[in-house]
Design a binder for this molecule. Sequence first.
Ligand code: 2P0
Length: 354
Amino acid sequence: EESQKWVLMVTAQTPTNIAVIKYWGKRDETLILPVNDSISVTLDPEHLCTTTTVSVSPAFDQDRMWLNGKEISLSGGRFQSCLREIRSRATDVHDKEKGIKITKKDWEKLNVHIASYNNFPTAAGLASSAAGFACLVFALAKLMNANEDHSQLSAIARRGSGSACRSLYGGFVKWIMGKDEKGTDSLAVQLADEKHWDELVIVIAVVSSQQKETSSTTGMRDTVETSLLLQHRAKEVVPKRILKMEEAIKNHDFASFAQLACTDSNQFHAVCLDTCPPIFYMNDTSHRIISLVEKWNRAAGTPQVAYTFDAGPNAVLIARNRETAALLVQKLLFCFPPKSDADLNSFVLGDKSI
Ligand code: 2P0
């Protein structure tokens, strides 16, 4: 009875990431292997993050998970892959203070409880699965003393959700598509840490917090099956763009960075339109935000702000510095006056609220 009483817990916090060269399309759906490399920027931990607590106790009779306080099923293949991969890497844990000893063998029989919270709307095109699976894998690895480096853990998080592998690192991150059929070399590497280009300010304009109509997984599958433009993008366009983006990041070259990020976002949405049936993620407000930024950048003579849109209508705007970000928020509030006080909270700034 005594031995049934202990609980061991680990809590981790992981920010979401925003792709500036997009991942869209898988060459293997089960292993989640992409058709091209992608590059992202990881947000500051205080905004758009997931906090996950994982616990283990001999008293738990099955693996269970709660998301934002509501129990969800762990039966999906993606959760099971992540749990299985981490469990197989578990090593001995000895908590002297609590007098708990768990051997590698014990981990095969012990069940875990997982509680996860997002501080932003789930599935509104704000990449909730990215932070979620990254955090889950990281917390489980800590709990089970799985001594893997961040890149190895990223390959496990990838099995939960492709974009999750990029949230294991801060700063600028590249997800290398890899060549291996089994996916062992499809993992994330850090291109530059969070201090490298800290003048950049990310402003997220929430156009709608509704759940998206087409999930990324279904959308990608349709695109891979029907879009010729995707073939061209993955083989001819992205490989060159990745190299240029790496250069731009290395050199703090905002003009190139903005041009590449905007063009890549637009091509991703063009690929969605080229899909049968076509996928519309952006709406009229999204298009008006693009026009606003394009006009401003042209009038300034050099890019001030980059835009990028994911699988939803919300705009992710990257300003070259704080002054530009302040001006951007002013322009957004002027052109898109919030209807109520509640909407004012929709402008989430990557740095500090202005
Ligand atoms: C990205 N997105 O690179 C791209 C751009 C959305 C648009 O990664 O099926 O949730 O779980 O691997 O990672 C969203 O796709 O899809 C995504 P799965 P995921 O951020």
